[in-house]
Design a protein around this ligand. Structure first.
Ligand SMILES: [Zn+2]
Ligand SMILES: [Zn+2]
Length: 578
């Protein structure tokens, strides 16, 4: 029977096909948004269809409801078949190549018959692309590079896709299996790496057969890859492989520790055990000579037996955590509840989805003490970036909101373009009017390392610039960072007292954990920002917090853990133009 996940997968496919076909964004975007809503909706589509309630799902209108009903009834969707017949499905993969949009893909298809990524690669190598309009030799070699990078990325999934899927499995098994004694996500997903290979989940239960039977029929399961007595593997509709292992409750600690990794961390742990004449494996920490179990039920007990404090999973990379744990100095890592306010968000004054009032209401509902509205500046015309005139109108609107005296203080911010030539999108006398200026790059990504580094360092040396936004421009799983010397950027930021953001959107996570670790070591102030463009984007904070935890950040490293007064005095800090 069709599950919500299966139906969502179909609408995602339709959206991809329409996008590559060159349809307008609101059309394929509507399918993509409907897919997201259907997947998240708690009531099965089959129940809703039977009771003619499909339109209860947000973003599901009459046309989409009819398509769902058709699919449930007949197992087919005529519209999907039609779009599939109009667009070679292999073209969809080309959308993942940075630099290729629908127009170029269509042109490649029509002019030289490209129908897949492999086709394109062959044509590029044969030099058949350079003569097409708008291409040329430079584009040809750029595209070949991008395809190489794409192939390297493709085996891993962005955490923003993997995490919700894994949590859904955990919640479903907790709800449906009363014999689940404990359950947790393991592997790189528990360590919150920004991309994930396969997902590992560990369950403690005395009845593994029952748990596995419930697992393989969950609604997100597309294929069952293996189904044994203590372990099963499935493939989901989002192409994620999930391996579930069931262990005896008494072994849970050893199993979750073993399968959380990292490999490097586990190697160090085993060496510490060996030094004492013990062995550590996925079942227990054991005395080698006698076979006596020293600890197995909890991770804490195993770490403590080895004279270590418990180490948070995000730090388990053998990057200094053993030294901290041995001296009892494991840092109190930043937590989402430490965050007091949000310093980067967009409203419908530029490319956000909510009005200013609705954005403020959302911030109030979430208990934020402060919120900086940071719409784009004028050069980003595509998204109606603010001109100085519109910025002044927005300031007046923000003043009016603040006069109402709500619980959230609204700050006048801007996400200011750092233009390709290094200049800023507003002159100083306009910048002076903002409470908070984030300077970011959204164009001119292909500059060489020296030019790009100068461009960013130049921006952060402007005394009005408070924060550098998403400093490397990467998109997780989609676009590699631009060429930039982050060490030089961070050193300059430390010197000028400019903050450098961790953008929490799981498609960005920029700066990443390694850069954030370096930033903290230099004393750079780090805000963790959601860059929200809509109400549920505020939920993305946890991904940025996880990046901060992987970097070993404490609450005091993070700008927006400060209370309003402290934040305002930071914003008013004396800056030395250098
Ligand atoms: Zn941005
Ligand atoms: Zn932004």
């Amino acid at each position: 029977m069709a599950s919500n996940h299966e139906v969502a997968a179909i609408f995602r496919e339709i959206a991809d096909l329409l996008e590559v076909k060159g349809e307008v964004v609101y059309k394929y975007g509507a399918y993509r948004e409907a897919a997201r809503q259907i997947e998240a909706y708690a009531t099965p589509v089959t129940t809703l269809a039977a009771e003619r309630r499909l339109r209860e799902i947000p973003r599901v209108g009459e046309a989409i409801a009819a398509k769902i009903a058709e699919y449930i009834k007949t197992g087919r969707m005529e519209y999907l078949d039609r779009v599939r017949s109009e667009v070679p499905p292999g073209l969809v993969d080309l959308l993942h190549v940075p630099g290729l949009g629908a127009k170029k893909i269509q042109a490649l298809h029509r002019a030289i018959g490209i129908t897949s990524l492999a086709d394109l690669e062959e044509a590029l190598r044969a030099g058949r692309v350079r003569d097409l309009p708008g291409m040329g030799e430079k584009t040809e070699s750029n595209l070949l590079d991008e395809i190489g990078r794409l192939r390297a990325r493709v085996q891993r999934h962005p955490i923003g896709i993997a995490r919700p899927e894994a949590e859904e499995v955990v919640d479903a098994l907790k709800a449906s299996c009363p014999t689940v004694h404990a359950i947790d996500i393991a592997g790189s997903l528990r360590r919150w790496r920004d991309t994930i290979g396969d997902i590992d989940i560990i369950v403690a239960s005395a009845t593994p057969i029952d748990v596995l039977a419930a697992f393989v029929v969950l609604p997100m399961v597309r294929d069952v890859l293996a189904h044994g007595d203590t372990k099963a593997s499935i493939l989901t509709f989002r192409d994620l492989q999930i391996d579930l292992r069931v262990v005896a409750p008494v072994e849970f600690g050893a199993a979750i520790l073993y399968f959380t990794g990292s490999k490097a961390h586990n190697v160090r742990l085993r060496a510490l055990a060996q030094r004492r004449g013990w062995t550590l494996n996925e079942y227990a920490l054991t005395e080698e000579a006698t076979g006596r179990v020293i600890a197995s039920e909890s991770e804490e007990a195993i770490y403590h037996a080895l004279d270590l404090a418990w180490i948070p999973p995000e730090l388990r990379e053998d990057l200094g955590e053993f030294e901290l744990a041995a001296s009892g100095d494991v840092p109190r890592l930043i937590e989402a509840s430490d965050i007091d306010g949000e310093l980067h968000c967009h409203t419908d004054w530029s490319d956000g989805h909510l009005t200013l009032d609705a954005t403020v209401a959302e911030a109030e509902r979430r208990g934020l003490r402060y919120l900086a509205i940071t719409d784009h500046s004028q050069s980003l015309a595509m998204v109606r970036g603010l001109t100085p005139e519109r910025a002044r109108l927005q300031w007046a609107a923000i003043d009016a909101v603040n006069r109402r005296g709500g619980p959230t203080r609204i700050l006048k911010g801007v996400e200011l373009e750092i233009l390709p030539n290094g200049s800023l999108d507003f002159p100083d006398d306009v910048l002076r009017g903002f409470d908070l200026v984030i300077a970011s790059i959204h164009s001119g990504f292909r500059q060489d390392r020296e030019t790009m580094t100068k461009r960013i360092v130049g921006a952060l040396r402007n005394p009005h610039v408070d924060v550098i936004g998403h400093p490397t421009g990467r998109r997780v799983g989609r676009r590699d960072p631009y060429e930039v010397d982050m060490n030089a950027v961070l050193r300059a930021a430390a010197e000028t007292g400019t903050a450098v953001e961790i953008n929490a959107n799981p498609e960005r996570l920029d700066m990443d954990d390694a850069h954030a670790r370096a930033a903290a070591a230099l004393g750079v102030t780090i805000p963790i920002n959601t860059d929200a463009h809509g109400a549920d984007n505020f939920d993305l904070l946890r991904y940025g917090v996880a990046t901060g935890r992987r970097a070993g950040l404490r609450p005091e490293n993070v700008l927006n853990t400060r209370g309003l007064d402290e934040l305002l005095s930071w914003l008013a800090r004396p800056t030395t133009p250098a």
